[in-house]
Ligand binder design. Structure first.
Ligand SMILES: [Zn+2]
Length: 78
């Protein structure tokens, strides 16, 4: 039954990490200058772009889901 406890704890940790990520993004959004706020929101769905995604790409205008959809649409046009 130790495995169940470990899994529950791992899930709990993942939930905490996700919550922390959202909190950090909201803090960044609240502190960001007006112009910079647009950089944190997806141009397609208007949701906060994942903080990890912004950190990895430095600058992006879409969240992961919309970027994926955008790339899918773009490749159809070729
Ligand atoms: Zn989006």
């Amino acid at each position: 039954m130790i495995d169940d406890v470990d899994m529950a704890q791992a899930q709990e940790q993942a939930d905490r990490d996700a919550a922390l990520n959202v909190t950090l993004a909201r803090v960044a959004l609240a502190n960001a200058p007006r112009d910079a706020r647009a950089d944190l929101l997806c141009v397609d769905c208007d949701q906060l772009i994942e903080a990890a995604r912004i950190a990895a790409l430095r600058r992006t205008s879409r969240c992961a889901a919309c970027a994926h959809e955008f790339e899918r649409r773009s490749s159809c046009w070729k």
